[in-house]
Design a protein around this ligand. Sequence first.
Ligand SMILES: O=P(O)(O)OC[C@H]1O[C@H](OP(=O)(O)OP(=O)(O)O)[C@H](O)[C@@H]1O
Length: 203
Amino acid sequence: MKDIEDLIQKAVELQSNGLITAQIADELNISRETVVWLLTRSKKEETTPAPKDISVNWSSIGKSAKRLHNVSLALCDMVLETMEKINAEVDVVVGIAANGIPLASMMAYELDADLAIYHRKGQESVKTGHRGIISRNFGSVAGKNCIIVDDVITTGSTSTEVIEQLKEMDAKPRVVVVLVDKKGVDTMHNVPIQSLVRIARLD
Ligand SMILES: O=P(O)(O)OC[C@H]1O[C@H](OP(=O)(O)OP(=O)(O)O)[C@H](O)[C@@H]1O
């Protein structure tokens, strides 16, 4: 119960800082439906039963470079296992901004690969068909074996977008690797999904 009260407080705080529902959902790693539920509940209004969702807080890893490094080693190990199966080398590690960047940087160093950063566009831009970009300040992806790194998969829309975008750029997305996979699928667009923790609902 305390966790729910904490989440309500955090959601209200983020809303009062000007964040919209989608941004609050991303920040708290929960669905938009859950954000609406939390905000409704904060007003003590009648609410429907809570949506089936799981809140992920990985700040105990994120606050420590040493822990991030250790976790990135585990993610590299999983990636290499997958890459061995398809007999391919990692050319580029693509970190999804913002949360995928620290892990992707450390993984690129460990794998002796280039680092690329993918910036998503806002939700409105996505609706109108504009997608994100690979930052010019980092590596390029065309023609290269890429692994995609992020913190959490919730709906999978971010990973799907990046896979599609990389394919359009003639890159070869080989694996998506995350800390926590809340969606629990094996592949997206035929690209394998690897996670340290995979959540599976039993109901
Ligand atoms: O599977 P999905 O439903 O697409 O959600 C997962 C994405 O949401 C969060 O990113 P966000 O868009 O908040 O960007 P941020 O890393 O800048 O917070 C998270 O870091 C993932 O990238």
